[in-house]
Write a protein that binds this ligand. Structure first.
Ligand code: GUN
Ligand code: FE
Length: 421
């Protein structure tokens, strides 16, 4: 019965991007789902599927759910605060004091309940999420996401230096709590743990080494921040004087593609560093709203794409101010246009490219996620567009939703074929 519940056909205006920059459109098409996986998309329903439960969404768009590959759940209450600062001051003055509150599980219960609800409402079906250093609160975060039926990697943050006393762990406790976290009784098929050293300045060489060993030993993915801000990069050079550059710090400790790895930002990287990132199979996560808010710089996304990088998109809430990924898609396009105006060889992102990054591009970190090809997890959104646009093409209504839609336009969400409440 559980399987049959995940067998259905939905009819509507299908849009997805099987390749970067390629929008595939099927007006009034059929999307067939069996056991939570996509069987295919069809202009006419094949006779073999005639008996499946059918959902009529004609007039609405059907698209893959959004993947947010960099978001700090613990910064959800902090959105908009201190946005006139740059990274290191913003962390000290606003972020660390807020994150300290998660030492109280009751606070985590409230904030993470709201965060998970908002993520679902926004149509984000998969996310790579940071908690704080507090293990119990990070486990609550995992449970809240699982309860909603969302897919996620969830990290307990590691910080054993250069943090205020109230947010600093001992190296031993940080490792022990992380080991306990990855074995906590909260994990499901869809919600999994990810190692989360905050960034190189917050973690001692010893703990970086221990986390690299743990990643390899237990085959755990890794997420952290890389080359976001020039002051940060200078600081890393001072903290690791014997290591060539910032990316090599992570590589040195086995945290750079030994297991699946997400590196948020990657703003200030030269051609050799980009080639090296690609050869390690590391995902750079482009967080355009955060790039602007903290005046960190603009990630040269075109250079990463041309080099063959597996680029993902992230909201980076609370340095980003918006969980709704269509806004992040638009900002990604806009900031890439700013770069293109100065450097025409860095062609601006197109909508079918940025949409790909927010669906199949980031989705690939979770497996076969973010597309409607055979065998993909059935992560989908049903989206209404205004009646006044009924005579527009599917392509035009899709563009309208991405640029001017709201979470309220999403009328249903599914993750792996299960309805998200
Ligand atoms: N670098 C280290 N910590 C953080 C964080 O919380 N947000 C951002 N944007 N960058 C970071
Ligand atoms: Fe971040």
């Amino acid at each position: 019965a559980a399987a049959a519940e995940r067998d259905f056909v939905v009819q509507g205006d299908i849009v997805y991007t099987p390749a970067c920059g390629e929008a595939k459109i099927l007006p009034q098409g059929y999307l067939v789902v069996k056991e939570g996986k996509v069987q295919g998309t069809y202009a006419e329903l094949p006779a073999a599927y005639a008996d499946l439960k059918k959902q009529d969404c004609r007039g609405q768009l059907i698209m893959p759910g959004f993947c947010d590959l960099h978001v700090h759940a613990a910064q959800y209450r902090q959105i908009g605060l201190g946005m006139d600062e740059s990274l290191l001051t913003w962390l000290e003055k606003y972020t660390f004091p807020e994150e300290q509150k998660f030492s109280d599980p009751a606070y985590a219960e409230r904030v993470y309940e709201d965060f998970a609800a908002e993520l679902a409402k926004c149509g984000t079906t998969r996310a790579a999420v940071y908690g704080t250093i507090h293990r119990q609160s990070a486990e609550i975060l995992a449970q809240k996401l699982a309860k909603r039926g969302l897919g996620a990697y969830v990290g307990k943050v590691n910080m054993d230096r250069n943090a205020p006393d109230y947010l600093c762990e001992t190296s031993e406790a940080s490792l022990a709590e992380t080991e306990q976290f990855v074995h906590a009784p909260v994990w499901t098929d869809l919600v999994r743990p990810i190692l989360t050293p905050r960034f190189a300045p917050s973690v001692t060489p010893k703990l970086l080494q221990d986390l690299g060993d743990l990643a390899r030993r237990e085959n755990l993915p890794v997420q952290t921040h890389l080359s976001e801000n020039k002051g940060e990069i200078q600081w890393v050079a001072e903290l690791f004087p014997t290591i060539r550059d910032y990316p090599q710090v992570y590589a040195h400790y086995g945290l750079y593609g030994t297991t699946p790895t997400l590196m948020a930002h990657c703003i200030h990287m030269d051609a050799a560093q980009i080639r090296d990132l690609v050869s390690h199979g590391v995902y750079p996560v482009f967080c355009p709203e955060s790039n602007l808010n903290l005046t960190s710089g603009i990630m040269p996304v075109r250079r990463f794409l041309t080099a063959g990088a597996k680029v993902a998109l992230g909201s980076d809430v609370g340095a980003g101010h918006d969980l709704f990924m269509p806004h992040v898609i638009v900002r990604a396009i806009q900031v890439s246009k700013v770069r293109a105006m100065e450097q025409p060889e860095e062609k601006a992102l197109t909508l079918p490219e940025a949409f790909y990054l927010a669906t199949k591009g980031g989705g690939s970190f979770f497996g076969k996620v973010g597309s409607f090809e055979l065998g993909y997890d059935a992560d989908l959104l049903i989206v209404r567009t205004p009646a006044a646009l009924a005579d527009r093409s599917v392509m035009e209504r899709w563009q309208y939703f991405i640029y001017h839609g709201t979470p309220e336009d999403i009328t249903a969400r599914y993750v792996a074929g299960r309805y998200v409440r």
